[in-house]
Design a protein around this ligand. Structure first.
Ligand code: TYD
Length: 198
């Protein structure tokens, strides 16, 4: 089974991916916890190009190609081998991030994103949990965390609001696969909601 965690910057999905992996391991599953952009040595190198530097460093088209290249490597080297070995893969972000982030940056790119996905990836998670929080809360958490990986957070509140809308639309579009999870409360509160939904 392939499970992805999604949401805007600072929504807490990395913590939730870790808690979900831990829960599944305690239930006796063999779990691979991974992330995007990254999750394989080559994709981690591409990650640095994507998350560091100025907000306008890449055009939206170039960004789509880089995210797709990273995802292809992640799929070939990490995800597919794990699924073939019967393991459960929990990934912190997957293709929905490209749909929403690159699609939200420039609406007309959604078609390009979908075509690239069909050509090069062609896999959807079995279940996707979107952690839903107010964009201002996410942005404040990101600022408190600091660090160099702030390229997307540097695009501001308006951008985070478009992202939040994009993720909610996706959940409405794919009700079988994508579940919106209330991200308020303690990490354990949110983890319990995810476990119940799973
Ligand atoms: P991530 O490491 O999940 O950051 P965080 O833990 O702060 O949420 O992702 C890095 C950034 O890359 C994040 O701002 C979202 C963005 N991103 C895209 O724009 N498109 C994509 O396809 C992916 C996977 C991530």
């Amino acid at each position: 089974m392939l499970i992805s965690l999604e949401g805007i910057d600072g929504c807490g999905k990395s913590t939730q991916a870790r808690l979900l992996a831990q829960h599944l391991r305690e239930a006796g599953r063999d779990v691979v916890l991974t992330r995007e952009p990254g999750g394989s040595p080559g994709a981690e190198e591409i990650r640095r190009l994507l998350v560091e530097g100025a907000g306008e460093r890449w055009s939206a088209e170039t960004e789509c190609l880089l995210f797709t290249a990273a995802r292809r490597d992640h799929l070939e080297r990490t995800i597919r081998p794990a699924l073939q070995a019967g393991r459960v893969v929990v990934t912190d972000r997957f293709a929905d991030s490209t749909r929403v982030y690159q699609g939200a940056a420039r609406g007309e790119l959604r078609d390009l994103v979908d075509r690239l996905h069909a050509l090069m990836i062609g896999v959807e998670p079995d279940r996707t949990f979107v952690i839903d929080i107010p964009p201002a809360t996410g942005l404040a958490r990101g600022a408190a965390r600091g660090g160099a990986e702030d390229r997307f957070e540097s695009l501001g509140l308006g951008f985070q609001e478009r992202l939040a809308r994009g993720f909610r639309d996706l959940a409405a579009e794919h009700p079988g696969r994508v579940r919106l999870i209330d991200g308020s409360g303690t990490p354990e509160d949110v983890a319990a909601r995810i476990r119940a939904a799973l």
